[in-house]
Design a protein around this ligand. Structure first.
Ligand code: FAD
Length: 307
C-alpha cells in the first residue's frame, strides 16, 4: 500500500511526488507519458529563474529530480478508475489495482484542436495555444486568434499589446465572451473580429505559418488571411473522463473541484495542475499546486494516523 500515489507525471505530479518523498512517505507515480504537456513544448521562457529552456530539456530535469528520491515511477500506465475500498483503489488499464492511503490527481489537460489541414504540421511553427507563453514570439507581426469565447477575446487583448494586428475568428454568429471583454477588444484599433467564420486550413511555406483560409458561413466564400501566428483558443479539456464514477466533484467542464489545500470532495484524494479548477494553466502554477496538494495530503495522513 502506497502512502501517497500520484496519478500524472507532468510538472504538478513531479512536484507532488518530490514533496511526498521528502516527507519519508512511500510514494508512487503512475504516468501515461512522463513530462505531460511540457514534452510538447518548444521554447519555455516564463519558468522563473530559468531564462530560457526547451520542453524536452525541462522534462529530463524533472525526471532526474524525481529520481533523486525513492519514488516508484510507473511509466506508460494509464489509470482507469478510482474508488474507495479499505484504502483508495486505483485500477489501471492493464488490469492491475494499486492501493494507497492518499492520492494526488495530476492528469493535466489537452488543448482542443481545430482538426484542419496544416494545424498539426505547423504546431510550434506558428500554430500556438498559449498566449502567455508564445505571444512574444510574434512581436510586431500579424496573428489570428481562433475562438471568440472569454479565452479567445482575452488572448486577443493580451496579444494586441505585442503583435501588429490580431484577427479574431469566431465560428458562431455571436461572441460568447463577457461583454466587458468584447467592449475592450472593440476599442483597440489593431483587433478585427470576424464572426460566422469557419477556419478550414492553416497555410505555411514548409517551415512556418504564412496564413489561414476561412469560410464565410454567411456567403460560403473562402477567404485568406496572411499571418505569422495562429492562437487556437477553443477550449482546454481536462484529462478527467476516468473519474466520472469516482464520486469526486467535477465542474461542467470536467475540472476537478479543489479547495485551498488541493483537497477534492473525496477524503484522502487531492488534486493539482491543469486538471483542476485552478484558474491559470502554467508550468510554474502546476508545480506550486502539486506541492500544495502533496502537503495537503500529508496533513490528511498525519490526522489519519492520530485518528
Ligand atoms: P500535464 O503536463 O498535462 O501532465 C499530465 C500528466 O498526466 C502526464 O504525465 C500524462 O501522461 C498523465 N496522464 C493523463 N491522464 C492519465 C491517466 N488516466 N493515467 C495516468 N496518467 C495520466 N506553460 C508555461 O508555463 N510556459 C510555457 O511556455 C508553456 N508552453 C506550452 C506549450 C504547449 C504547446 C502546451 C500544450 C502547453 C504549454 N504550457 C506552458 C502549459 C503547461 O505545459 C501546463 O500548464 C502544464 O504542463 C500542466 O501541468 P500538469 O502537471 O497539470 O499536467
Amino acid at each position: 500500500v502506497f502512502d501517497m500515489l500520484v496519478i500524472g507525471g507532468g510538472p504538478a505530479g513531479s512536484a507532488a511526488a518530490i514533496y511526498s518523498a521528502r516527507k519519508g512517505l512511500n510514494t508512487g507515480v503512475v504516468a501515461e507519458r512522463f513530462g505531460g504537456q511540457v514534452a510538447d513544448t518548444v521554447g519555455i521562457e516564463n519558468f522563473i529563474s530559468v531564462k530560457a529552456t526547451e520542453g524536452p530539456k525541462l522534462v529530463a530535469h524533472l525526471e532526474e529530480h524525481v529520481k533523486e528520491y525513492d519514488v516508484d515511477i510507473m511509466k506508460s500506465q494509464r489509470a482507469k478508475s478510482l474508488k474507495r475500498g479499505e484504502h483508495l483503489e486505483i485500477e489501471l488499464e492493464n488490469g492491475a489495482v494499486l492501493q494507497a492511503k492518499s492520492v494526488v490527481l495530476a492528469t493535466g489537460a489537452r488543448w482542443r484542436t481545430m482538426n484542419v489541414p496544416g494545424e498539426q504540421e505547423y504546431k510550434g511553427k506558428g500554430v500556438a495555444f498559449c498566449p502567455h507563453c508564445d505571444g512574444p514570439l510574434f512581436k510586431g507581426k500579424p496573428v489570428a486568434v481562433i475562438g471568440g469565447g472569454n479565452s479567445g477575446i482575452e488572448a486577443a487583448i493580451d496579444l494586441a499589446n505585442i503583435v501588429s494586428h490580431v484577427t479574431v475568428l469566431e465560428f458562431a454568429d455571436t461572441l460568447r465572451a463577457d461583454e466587458v471583454l468584447i467592449r475592450k477588444a472593440r476599442s483597440l484599433p489593431n483587433i478585427t473580429i470576424i464572426k460566422s467564420a469557419q477556419t478550414t486550413e492553416v497555410l505555411g511555406d514548409g517551415n512556418k505559418v504564412t496564413g489561414l483560409v476561412y469560410k464565410d458561413r454567411t456567403s460560403g466564400e473562402l477567404k485568406t488571411v496572411a499571418l505569422a501566428g495562429i492562437f487556437v483558443q477553443i477550449g482546454l479539456v481536462p484529462n478527467t473522463d476516468w473519474l466520472k464514477d469516482s464520486g469526486i466533484e467535477l465542474t461542467r467542464f470536467g475540472e476537478i473541484v479543489i479547495d485551498a489545500k488541493g483537497a477534492t470532495t473525496l477524503p484522502g484524494v487531492y488534486a493539482a495542475g491543469d486538471a483542476t479548477t485552478t484558474p491559470f494553466k502554467q508550468i510554474i502554477i502546476a508545480m506550486g499546486s502539486g506541492a500544495t496538494a502533496s502537503l495537503g495530503a500529508f496533513d490528511y495522513l498525519i490526522r489519519l494516523g492520530q485518528g
